[in-house]
Design a protein around this ligand. Structure first.
Ligand code: MG
Length: 260
């Protein structure tokens, strides 16, 4: 398989860094990709940050990449909506800067007034009024879209509510299931492959979570590589129904595998 890999979809947290610490061998890894002409895109379920914020983080770790190499679930959501609705369409959002920016740059008007779409990303300024507005719109027939299904978010105090928890509140209030854009669903992967100009057969997914990165990669027909440098532990492989094609310790091991 190794010789067929022309492109990589890379998860970031747990793969390229962990918290504020870069993965060992991060600079060497990107040097190898550039040297071999292996295309890459970094794809994240987090809709709250902008691509520039990720580019800045990588630059602090000594890796310089253009913003087009970062794909957030907010941007994939904007692309998904662009295929269904013309610019100027009113969209009601629950979300932060990353989602606001992605949708306004795609030409949508952020307004509850006449909104045909309710898009829900992670929002640390969530209020009852926002949930109420979204509920009324969805009950009135607006399409219900979630950027990502992550149930929790690891904060300094422990596991905090993720976007999946906000979606669950709205699903309960509306009896409607959201369309999900992020991993493990396929729209984020489809957008990544489109940007890479790559086919599934020549692309590998590299991630640290079995139930999102690896499961989603398998649904798209990608070669899947689990790194044990983040969430998943070797023990999890014994009980999980999700089987990656390749399991490696960390990014340095992936570099060595690609070189070997
Ligand atoms: Mg991760």
């Amino acid at each position: 398989m190794k010789n067929r890999i022309r492109a990589l979809i890379l998860d970031m947290d747990g793969v390229l860094w962990r918290g504020e610490e870069p993965a060992p061998g991060l600079v060497d890894f990107f040097a190898l990709l550039h040297e071999r002409g292996i295309r890459y895109i970094m794809a994240t379920n987090n809709a709250s940050k902008t691509p520039e914020q990720y580019v800045d983080q990588l630059a602090r770790f000594g890796v310089h990449v253009p913003p087009e190499t970062v794909l957030t679930s907010a941007q994939a959501t904007a692309s998904f909506l662009r295929r269904q609705a013309p610019p100027g369409t009113p969209v009601y959002i629950i979300g932060e800067e990353g989602l606001r920016r992605a949708l306004t740059e795609a030409g949508f008007v952020l307004s509850a007034d006449g909104a045909r779409y309710v898009v829900v990303g992670w929002d640390r300024g969530l209020t009852f009024e926002k949930l109420a507005q979204a509920t009324l719109l969805i009950r009135a027939g607006a399409a219900f879209i979630g950027t990502n299904p992550d149930r929790t978010w690891p904060g300094e105090r422990g596991l905090l509510p993720g976007n999946g928890a906000i979606l669950a509140a709205l699903e309960t209030a509306t009896d409607t299931r959201p369309i999900i854009i992020g991993k493990p669903e396929t729209p984020l992967f489809e957008e990544a492959l489109a940007r890479l100009g790559a086919s599934p057969e020549e692309t590998a997914m590299v991630g640290d979570r079995l139930e999102t990165d690896i499961l989603g990669g398998q649904r798209m027909g990608l070669f899947t590589i689990l790194l044990l440098s983040g969430v998943a532990r070797r023990e999890d492989l014994e009980t999980s129904p999700v089987r990656p094609d390749l399991v490696l310790e960390d990014l340095a091991a992936l570099t060595a595998w690609l070189k070997g």
